[in-house]
Design a protein around this ligand. Structure first.
Ligand SMILES: C[S@@+](CC[C@H](N)C(=O)[O-])C[C@H]1O[C@@H](n2cnc3c(N)ncnc32)[C@H](O)[C@@H]1O
Length: 248
């Protein structure tokens, strides 16, 4: 949650045009994205889902400190459950340190509410895709921000063209290292595009199945957040999902 590598994504979220929108943050943690949505991006309301009681407590405090507690509903528990408890809500049990903890058997009751859903879980947020589809507004749809770690084979410098391939000293060509260097030169890699398109197709299918009508999904943007491990990149796919209108 404190990874400095996520700062670019935090700033990007802060600059998103979310004025008047209802956002669902499926993996809210201590509010790393919930807060920028509320404080900077203009979101009208955020439903923040989180199952770790310590994170829930910290999220509650930071919302208070930032003066946005009234615009956020914390859903404490596993976001994949079908119906839900809120926090604070039913009288909390107390953990050892006296910090109130949310009921463990809480379930998420949200559906048909969101203009935007944030799925900030890596290595994959795939388990949350059906939930994201359910919470998205069924008549107008919205945008999903899907985090995922994608394996990216090293680019042989020779593939980048002779000008780039030759180092100033004329050294032998070698695979680019997975480091800041690689991220700096990061372009839209074919593997990222393939993953984005496969994800768009999957989500479109989930939405069509859920609502028994056709939906379309369009890749708006692929953001490379950070190099997570050698040849593994943390990406965010911005996916616009809309129901297909009868006359379209
Ligand atoms: C990688 S953290 C991200 C938190 C925040 N988005 C950030 O970037 O700081 C993922 C969070 O999701 C929570 N989480 C994971 N699976 C969950 C689930 N099924 N339901 C609710 N919360 C979940 C974890 O407890 C953790 O706080």
């Amino acid at each position: 949650m404190f990874s400095p590598g996520n700062i670019t994504e935090k700033l990007r979220v802060a600059s998103l045009p979310c004025s008047g929108e209802v956002v669902v943050d499926l993996y809210a943690g201590i509010g790393y994205f919930t807060l920028p949505f509320l404080v900077h991006a203009g979101a009208a309301f955020v439903h923040a889902c989180e199952w770790n009681s310590h994170a829930v407590e910290a999220l509650h405090r930071t919302l208070l400190l930032n003066g946005v507690r009234d615009r956020c509903h914390i859903h404490a528990g596993d976001n994949r459950q079908v119906s839900a408890a809120t926090w604070p809500g039913t009288p909390p049990r107390c953990s050892e340190g006296g910090i109130p903890s949310p009921p463990l058997s809480s379930q998420l009751q949200l559906q048909d509410v969101a203009d935007r859903v944030n799925l900030g879980l890596i290595p994959s947020s795939e388990q949350g895709w059906p939930v994201a589809c359910r919470v998205l507004k069924k008549d107008t749809g919205g945008v999903l921000h899907i985090h995922h770690n994608v394996e990216t084979p090293p680019v042989l410098l020779a593939e980048q063209g002779s000008a780039e391939a030759a180092s100033p000293g004329g050294e032998a060509q070698h695979p680019a290292e997975d480091s800041e260097k690689e991220m700096l030169g990061a372009r839209l890699r074919p593997e990222w595009q393939q993953w984005a398109e496969a994800t768009a197709t999957r989500i479109q299918g989930l939405l069509a199945e859920l609502h028994r009508r056709p939906w379309r999904s369009s890749v708006l943007h692929i953001e490379a957040v950070k190099s997570y491990a050698p040849h593994v990149h943390h990406l965010v796919l911005d996916l616009e999902c809309r129901p297909v209108l009868p006359l379209e």
